[in-house]
Design a protein around this ligand. Sequence first.
Ligand code: 5GP
Length: 179
Amino acid sequence: MLNDINSVLLTEDQIQKRIAELGAEITRDFEGKDPLFVGVLKGCFMFMADLMRCVNIRCSVDFMAVSSYGNRSVTSGAVEINKDLSEDIENRHVIVVEDILDSGLTLNYLVNYLGVRNPASITLVTLLDKPARRRVPIKVDYAGFEIPDAFVVGYGLDYAERYRNLPFIGILKPEIYND
Ligand code: 5GP
C-alpha cells in the first residue's frame, strides 16, 4: 500500500495540530448554541472523530453519505444522497464536516439540500481545500489546509475504497489511477 504513495503531503502530527486549532475555534464560536455536526461520509470519518474530541461544548453528531466520484479520480458533477440525516435540523445550527473541498459541487449541493429544512445556520468545515479546482463559488468557514491540485489519499480519503486507513495524507502515484 505504501508503495502506491508518491509523497507525504501532511503528517499525522501536522493534521492533529491543525485539528486542535479548528476545534478550539469552533468551541469558542459555538458556545451555548448546541450545534449539530453533520459528517459527510465516508471520507470524513477520521477527521470527524478527531475534530469532535477537540470540541468542548454541548453538541450532537449525525452523518450523511453522499457519492459523487464512484471509483474515478475526476468528478462526475452528480451528487447522490445515499444516507440522509436521522435528526431534524429545523432551528438547529448545522456544521457540515467534509474531508476535502475540490470542485465545490458536493458542498454546494448539500447547502441547498439542507437549507430548505430551515436550520438556524449552516457552517462549513473542511479539512482540505483545493482552490485550484473550484467549479462553483463556495465559502467555507473553517478550512484545515489549502493543498495543491493533486489527488490525495489517506486519513479517511480513498481511491477506489482503498488507502482510507493511512494515518497521514499522501499524494497517490498517478500511474495508480491512470491505468
Ligand atoms: P467536490 O464535490 O468538491 O468536487 O468533491 C468533494 C469530494 O470529492 C470529496 O468528499 C472526496 O470524496 C472527493 N475528492 C476530491 N478530491 C479528492 C482527492 O484529492 N482525493 C480523494 N481521495 N478524494 C477527493
